[in-house]
Design a protein around this ligand. Structure first.
Ligand code: BEZ
Ligand code: FE
Length: 317
């Protein structure tokens, strides 16, 4: 309602205001008609409509607009080779998970995908089947095993499995200043699609929250904590690449993961084994307790919508 006016004059002013706002939307939408790329045109015109609908719905003040620009500027300033605040923003808004949902269509019993996160790095060490990806990272030993199959149940021989995780202090190796490589590695499933390796039992940790995204979470009373998880990237010839995690059943953060990454199908039983319980591969655990988990991975065929397809037949070292 326009202030200081009433009756017919007020109604006319409100109609004029609506028309003025709508005319601007249409003018901006029309400005993209010249785009040669039809996809770019579609996206810019839809973005214009949705952005203006938001501005008009919340009746954005000029002060709020300035705060939003300051927020984006701060996100830019803190972003560098190691820190990507815009991906964090996308994550906490659920935009990353929505994009993953759109691009990894449900396909039969194929394992669900979830968020990649900022801590994947190329060039992780290769380990043999039964090897250890912890490379000295602090944490309780965890035995991980399973099979890689297609949705028809046939084993996928030679799938390349990449895994990475935070240590028990809640940090990935790349968050330390000493160039360590730990709690990450890759291995190749055997001819029957079986795989097994040692990792560390996942523990909860916060997403980086010392920047504008952390301030945003704090100001709305949201926690930056992620539910405990172990990351997987699984690739095999002819199959849809799977980027996912497994989560720990019973973790109290499962229902309030900061980036909305938890899917019921990805929650697994991590079985605790007291000190002295023999390890599956006979490893000497020096009287430490350990855990174990089974994760059977089902890959969709390459022709189903997904993030990409391995170009070679599975394994690569
Ligand atoms: C992660 O799981 O590593 C992660 C995902 C999204 C934001 C920050 C971290
Ligand atoms: Fe993570």
């Amino acid at each position: 309602m326009m202030s200081g006016q009433s009756g017919d004059a007020g109604a006319q002013a409100a109609a004029d205001q609506q028309a003025r706002e709508q005319a601007l939307v249409e003018q901006v939408v029309a400005s993209f008609e010249t785009a040669e790329d039809p996809r770019l045109k579609q996206m810019m015109q839809a973005l214009t409509r949705h952005l203006h609908a938001f501005l008009r719905e919340v009746r954005l003040t000029e002060g709020e607009w300035a705060s939003a620009i300051e927020f984006l500027t701060a996100a830019g300033h803190i972003t560098d080779d190691k820190r990507q605040e815009f991906i964090l923003l996308s994550d906490v808004l659920g935009a990353s998970m929505q994009t993953i949902a759109i691009n990894n269509e449900a396909y039969a019993n194929a394992t669900e995908a979830t968020v990649l996160g900022p801590f994947f790095v190329e060039g992780s060490p290769g380990i043999p089947l039964g090897g250890d990806i912890s490379f000295g990272a602090a944490g309780q030993p965890c035995w991980v095993e399973g099979t890689v199959t297609g949705t028809d149940g046939a084993p996928v021989p030679g799938a390349r499995i990449e895994v990475w995780e935070a240590d028990e202090d809640g940090f990935y190796d790349v968050q330390y200043d000493d160039d360590r490589v730990a709690a990450r590695g890759h291995l190749v499933a055997d001819d029957n699609g079986h795989y097994r390796f040692w990792a560390i039992t996942p523990t909860p940790y916060p997403i980086p929250h010392d920047g504008p995204v952390g301030a945003l979470l704090a100001s709305v009373g949201r926690s930056p904590m992620r539910a405990s998880h172990l990351h997987f990237d699984v690739r095999a010839g002819g199959k849809r690449t799977l980027i996912t995690h497994i989560f720990v059943r019973g973790d109290e953060l499962l229902t309030r993961d900061a980036v909305f990454g938890v899917k019921e199908s990805l929650i697994h039983d991590f079985v605790e084994h007291p000190a002295g319980t023999p390890a599956p591969d006979g490893r000497d655990l020096a009287d430490r307790a350990w855990s174990s988990v089974r994760f059977d991975i089902v890959l969709a065929p390459a022709h189903s919508a997904g993030p990409g397809v391995a170009s070679t037949e599975g394994a690569s070292e």
